[in-house]
Design a binder for this molecule. Structure first.
Ligand SMILES: [Zn+2]
Length: 305
């Protein structure tokens, strides 16, 4: 009797969801969301004032947002926080604090550059939001940099600043949220599962739709061998397993349409499905075939006419 038959009638596989527990992230994340921008904000302000190329300046804003988002994600992982919404909110908070710290750093750095006598310190600006706001409004009235040989000021400068702030906040929040969403946690061993991409492959006929991306059904895929043609479409299995108990885990089904130019390869991935006693034997079968040569029983591809 085959493993597919043993598994009985197929019940749609369940998607994995975090438990929602905050772990040590409950206090580590708010701390990070406030402290990280204080340190990085000044560095960003320095780049903002001294980097003159527009594209580089835009890249610096993206890099600043990404650094804040990555830091929040990293701390959420260390603190075993299993709540995407909380991690995303802390990314948002880090982004907002990041914008504030960037402005607080911008004033002393700019004033030193243009030799304003006794400029306020970074700490002065951080601790006096009202004075900081007044100074920023004054700078908006006169402008501080040129674009296409004219000074950017007033509404145009405010628009520029709004775009810069949105870039920082959105990238920090989205990055923290998306990265945290991709993790799998074993509540039994209290540890993160480990990712094993491309754990198995199953060949597909050209142009085949893959409803399994929605259902997680592995019965038909488990009967298929790895692809032998380099450019033939195939289904790829990515695993995320607890290496301690080997019991908790998820799998993603990825539809891969290879192309001669690797950059043009098309990928379509399912959300992670929970591994259950019903689908584990089918996964085992797929994994066992990964390095095995194709069985003699598989028919040769039809000759082109
Ligand atoms: Zn475990």
């Amino acid at each position: 009797m085959s493993a597919a038959a043993d598994a009985g009638p197929f019940l749609p596989a369940e998607h994995y969801r975090h438990s929602g527990r905050l772990g040590a992230g409950a206090f580590l994340l708010p701390l990070t969301a406030v402290l990280a921008p204080l340190a990085l904000g000044y560095v960003y302000a320095y780049m903002n004032v001294y980097v003159t190329a527009d594209k580089l300046r835009a890249l610096a804003a993206m890099a600043y947002g990404a650094a804040l988002g990555l830091l929040v994600f990293w701390v959420s992982k260390k603190g075993k926080c299993r709540n995407n919404l909380f991690v995303g909110s802390m990314g948002l908070l880090a982004g907002l604090a990041g914008v504030y710290a960037a402005w607080a750093g911008f004033i002393p750095v700019l004033f030193s550059k243009v030799n304003v006598p006794s400029p306020p310190s970074y700490l002065d600006c951080l601790s006096s939001p009202a004075a900081l706001w007044d100074t920023v409004c004054e700078i908006a009235n006169v402008g501080w940099f040129t674009y296409s040989k004219r000074t950017v000021k007033d509404l145009e400068l405010w628009f520029f600043w709004a775009c810069e702030a949105a870039t920082i906040v959105l990238i920090a929040a989205a990055l923290a949220y998306w990265l945290a969403r991709d993790l799998v946690f074993c509540e039994r061993c209290l540890r993160w599962c480990e990712e094993q991409a491309d754990a198995a492959r199953a060949s597909l006929p050209p142009g085949q739709e893959l409803p399994e991306l929605k259902t997680g059904d592995l019965r038909e895929l488990a009967e298929r061998h790895p692809p032998t043609e380099p450019l033939a479409p195939y289904a790829r299995i990515d695993l995320n397993m607890c290496r301690q108990c080997n019991n908790t885990g998820t799998y993603k089904i990825v539809l891969v349409e290879p192309a001669a130019d690797k950059k043009k390869e098309k990928l379509k991935a399912s959300r992670p499905f929970l591994m259950t006693p019903a689908n584990a034997p089918l996964l085992g079968k797929l994994l066992a075939r990964k390095n095995a040569p194709p069985a003699g029983s598989s028919p040769p591809p039809p000759a082109a006419t």
